[in-house]
Design a protein around this ligand. Structure first.
Ligand SMILES: NC(=O)c1ccc[n+]([C@@H]2O[C@H](COP(=O)([O-])OP(=O)(O)OC[C@H]3O[C@@H](n4cnc5c(N)ncnc54)[C@H](OP(=O)(O)O)[C@@H]3O)[C@@H](O)[C@H]2O)c1
Length: 280
């Protein structure tokens, strides 16, 4: 498996496994299936209410803890210095772990719902930096941060976020933000790489998939990693879990990459970092 090196020196696989909506027994089993198929990066969040299932899946897999990169996220109702520290302890306890590999701020405080959003994000980040210093987190990062949120954070941050996890799939891939992150040394991670099913039925993607003898899902996931962006598809189907990691036996041409880059908007979630909790 190809790995990327984060700005703090830690390594991270370029393909990982998403767990949104995979709860209880289904969540446990999907994590076991993912690890047995070779995934070594697992993505959860306090808000998914499945950290316990994910932790149990990792234990049940028999793969040793230090071989798995575990990501979880601080929910947006818990922003702030004290709350961040308390939330991390709860995530550790639910996961049954004594450290998190990658801890992300799930959504930034924004001008819509915080009087001083810059201060709230700065306080949250200071707590994350301290937790990293204590060894409770290996890498710290953000999610759904736009350039304006990152630039504000840089005013007070000691550490540049290692990762920014953003909505990124054919039809909505935020190229300017991706380029900005790259210039700052922040690795981009794609969420909803299949637009939760919204990419299926597109003729351009289907014709590229037919040309390579691959599925549309595999073409979308390959397109993400050829942008040097981490991808974390979610599935609870053993067949699709296996399919989604078979991405290293074909390559998209420059022309195919461009065709996918240029697809018109499709599958956009409607979730915007500057106006949450509302949707467009
Ligand atoms: N940071 C954030 O704000 C944020 C937001 C959204 C998601 N995420 C993370 O990103 C992960 C992935 O995103 P997502 O779960 O929203 O969407 P996704 O991975 O784009 O799509 C998941 C959906 O596609 C189906 N699917 C998966 N593989 C398939 C295949 N090969 N062929 C056909 N259908 C397939 C799944 O169904 P089955 O399960 O039935 O296969 C599921 O319904 C999440 O699980 C979560 O970890 C983060």
């Amino acid at each position: 498996m190809r790995e990327l090196i984060l700005n703090d020196g830690e390594k991270i696989p370029i393909v990982g496994f998403g767990t949104y909506k995979a709860k209880e027994q289904e969540g446990i089993q999907s994590v076991v299936d993912a690890l047995s198929n070779g995934y070594r990066l697992i993505d959860t969040a306090a808000a998914y209410e499945n950290e316990e299932a994910v932790g149990n899946g990792i234990k049940a897999s028999g793969i040793s803890r230090d071989q798995v990169v575990v990501t979880t996220k601080l929910w947006r109702e818990m922003l702030g210095y004290e709350q961040t520290k308390a939330a991390l302890e709860k995530s550790l306890s639910r996961l049954g772990l004594d450290y998190i590999d990658l801890y992300l701020i799930h959504w930034p405080a924004n001008a819509r719902n915080y009087k001083n959003w810059q201060q709230t994000n700065a306080d949250t980040w200071r707590a994350m930096e301290e937790l990293q210093g204590e060894g409770k987190i290996r890498s710290i990062g953000v999610s759904n941060f736009w350039q304006e949120h990152l630039e504000a954070l840089f005013q007070t941050a000691n550490a540049v976020p290692a990762v920014n996890q953003i909505e990124f799939h054919p039809g909505y891939w935020q190229p300017e933000l991706t380029e900005f992150c790259r210039q700052q040394g922040i690795v981009v991670e794609s969420w909803s790489p299949l637009a939760r099913g919204g990419v299926f039925g597109n003729e351009v993607l289907e014709s590229i998939a037919n040309r390579h003898g691959k599925s549309v899902a595999q073409v979308c996931l390959r397109w993400v990693i050829q942008h040097d962006v981490i991808v974390i598809p979610k599935s609870t189907s053993p067949k699709r879990i296996e399919e989604n990691i078979q991405l290293f036996d074909f390559e998209l041409s420059d022309e195919e990459m461009k065709q996918i880059d240029d697809l018109p908007e499709m599958g956009f979630s409607g979730e915007l970092p500057n106006i949450w909790p509302d949707r467009v």
